[in-house]
Design a binder for this molecule. Structure first.
Ligand SMILES: [Zn+2]
Length: 158
């Protein structure tokens, strides 16, 4: 997605097509990607112990919070549960990427943590509701989770 900037800043490289008109094209920030990054940090820090270690929801192995991922129980492609805290837990790379989310063990552990009703609700929301985030919502959520990340880092000394 692109939008046209009227006044060119020095760092914006004008595209040849617009150069003569004195107009530059600036790439729009990818808010979804930015929120994915900060939300992932938040989830990993939320479950990190004071020594910085996190446990994989699926296989139970321990990894440092910087080396573990934010694993989604219901796939990230469902936007309605992509940023749902009930749907996200630290998960090791092996389970998240190579073992297709190790979903059966994920479900079992998630139920032991939050109960079957809430897990059912996550499944229902993922499959039956849709969500479109506006830029404003993205920006607010990025601010919100950035503040929480800072708070958790301070609290846990990480
Ligand atoms: Zn694992």
């Amino acid at each position: 997605m692109y939008y046209i900037k009227r006044k060119a800043k020095k760092k914006d490289k004008p595209l040849p097509l617009f150069d003569k008109a004195g107009v530059t094209v600036k790439k729009k920030p990818d808010y979804k990607k930015k929120l994915d990054e900060i939300f992932s940090k938040y989830i990993r820090l939320k479950y990190a112990m004071s020594n910085g270690m996190c446990q994989c929801i699926s296989c139970g192995s321990f990894k440092h919070w910087k080396e573990i991922q934010n694993g989604h129980y219901m796939s990230r492609r469902y936007m309605s549960t992509r940023f749902d805290e009930d749907n996200c837990r630290p998960q090791c790379v092996a389970c998240n990427i190579f073992n297709q989310g190790n979903a059966q063990m994920y479900r079992r552990r998630l139920i032991s943590q939050i109960g079957e009703q809430r897990v059912d609700l996550v499944e229902y929301r993922a499959r039956n509701t849709s969500k479109h985030y506006t830029d404003f919502e993205y920006k607010e959520l990025i601010k919100y989770y950035s503040a929480l990340v800072d708070k958790l880092k301070k609290e846990k000394g990480l």
